[in-house]
Design a protein around this ligand. Structure first.
Ligand code: ADQ
Length: 479
């Protein structure tokens, strides 16, 4: 049977497919599974089901034919170079991303980007409508695809449609800035269930529906009138997590422990090793943590010859101005800190603008005394949970911004407001100076929580909520 005729009863839609295209030395194209918990979680929900993942393959132009990789069927959606600039870099990452992250940098509004966003969302919906079996479950991911639920419901009212928001949903005062706020809300309301990272995000969404669509909300359910589909939509928090057991297992391997030791030795065995691992993004608060660290070195609280801060900053969105500016700022600060405070063989900072494999990340987590997570706003922050998963020794201290989704669960972390530089400096010192007993007490509690609420738990909770969500009130009645 030709693939265009193939139908699946479980369909995932995300901006990107879970693979990266790699051209081997012999010129052969290979697809490598992308790292990260989402793929692992989706693999586990796909196993035993007849599933397909719909998304962009990462290269402009015509899409490759559907293929199998990472244990699933992958169905590419094409994007032109112009659409990558308008739908993805433009509307998704230069309009929505800043609005949804507290307008840390100003959002750019361009009508052309909005039209491209609509067109690409419609294309995704059409593809989904083609590959979904009668009555299938469709799980749409993230802010790039907020119009897909309504486009898809129009084409295929028989489907059960869920959407999960990986990033925050902004308060109405910020969301209201969007010239296309009504269109976004109507797009989302095509779903049966909308999942958010925090209860506060779901509340922000419900409030926006009341304010900008004049809708009535009962508890966490909105009734969408006949004119726009006539069904009920539930919005609730289902916080994402990590694959605890696989990170735990990985970090117990002798070669990872050996590598962790090597990392410390290569830095001159500092008394305190601090670590930051982030995409190089202005939401992550990298500038704020470097400012605090530099001041601690300057005022003599820390000795640069005996302390090292490793900052791994994965390249991200490198054609957008705000990211270009951030990179310049961070690299300037790193150069200044090292110039002023390093000793030969004992760097005050180690900065790496590169991606790493899971093994190296696990070794870094195991090596670090203090994990520094200081976002100004973050949907969840998986790095914090990965650090916890790797600390089977119950060692290490997690310093965590209260503006992450993770802060709602990870109460035993050393909490900080990254805007408060004095508080940030004090908490860094508290974390560095905390006793092994205190670290162990905190880490044990954190590990219990992440072990229980892991990524598989998240995926089942989302799918259960989607299954149970109010669907067609005429038949089942609103819940
Ligand atoms: P991100 O903003 O990308 O995710 P985060 O949750 O921290 O942020 O996830 C980043 C992932 O990339 C982690 O799994 C991390 O290990 C990995 N990573 C980071 N640097 C790396 C490097 N140099 N090499 C290899 N891997 C690296 C968005 C939202 C978050 C939300 C997630 C999931 O912004 O708030 O937690 O989605 O919903």
């Amino acid at each position: 049977m030709a693939d265009t005729a193939a139908r699946y009863d479980f369909v995932i839609a995300a901006n990107r497919l879970p693979v990266d295209r790699v051209v081997g030395e012999d010129g052969q194209v290979e697809w490598h599974r992308s790292p990260g918990g989402l793929v692992t979680a989706m693999e586990s929900v796909m196993s035993g089901r007849d599933g397909v993942w719909v998304g962009w393959a990462g290269e402009p132009g015509e899409a490759p034919e559907p293929f199998d990789e990472a244990g699933m069927r992958l169905h590419p959606v094409p994007l032109s170079e112009d659409e990558i600039q308008g739908y993805y870099e433009g509307f998704s990452n230069d309009t929505l991303w800043p609005i949804y992250h507290d307008v840390i940098v100003p959002a750019q509004f361009h009508r052309k980007w909005w039209h491209q966003y609509r067109e690409v969302n419609e294309r995704f919906a059409k593809t989904l409508a083609e590959v979904a079996e009668e009555g299938a479950t469709v799980w749409v991911h993230d802010y790039q695809l907020q119009l897909v639920p309504a486009f898809l419901r129009q084409l295929r009212p028989d489907l059960r449609i869920g959407w999960f928001d990986h990033i925050p949903f902004p308060p109405v005062e910020l969301f209201g800035q969007l010239p296309w706020r009504q269109g976004i809300l109507e797009g989302l309301l095509g779903a049966d269930f909308l999942g958010f990272q925090r209860p506060g995000d779901a509340e922000n969404f419900l409030r926006a529906c009341r304010r900008y669509l004049g809708m009535t909300v009962k508890g966490d359910v909105i009734h969408v009138g006949k004119a726009t589909g006539g069904h009920d939509v539930r919005a609730a928090a289902v916080p994402i997590s990590v694959d605890f057991s696989s990170m735990d297992e990985l970090s117990r391997r002798p070669e990872i422990k050996k590598r962790a030791k090597e990392i410390r030795e290569s830095l001159g065995n500092p008394s305190a090793l601090l670590l930051g691992i982030d995409r190089l993004d202005y939401t992550k608060g990298i500038r704020h943590r470097l400012k605090a660290y530099e001041e601690l070195l300057k005022d003599g609280s820390l000795d640069g010859a005996d302390t090292t801060f490793i900052q791994i900053a994965t390249p991200s969105r490198e054609r957008i101005d705000a990211y270009i500016d951030l990179r310049e700022h961070v690299e300037g600060a790193v150069g200044r800190i090292n110039g002023n405070y390093s000793a030969i063989g004992s760097p005050a900072m180690e900065y790496l603008h590169q991606g790493y494999g899971r093994e190296e990340l696990a070794a870094l987590f195991l090596a670090a005394d203090v994990m520094v997570v200081t976002p100004l706003r973050d949907g969840m922050n998986l790095v914090a949970k990965e650090y916890i998963s790797c600390r089977h020794d119950n060692g290490g201290a997690l310093l965590l911004s209260e503006f992450t989704g993770a802060a709602e669960e990870l109460r035993e972390a050393f909490m900080v407001n990254p805007h408060d530089v004095i508080g940030l400096k004090r908490t860094i010192m508290d974390a560095i100076n905390s006793s092994p007993q205190e670290r162990s007490r905190r880490m044990k509690a954190l590990r219990r929580r992440v072990r229980r609420n892991d990524v598989q738990h998240w995926a089942s909770a989302f799918l259960d909520a989607l299954e149970a969500a109010p669907h067609k009130p005429s038949r089942h009645g609103p819940q």
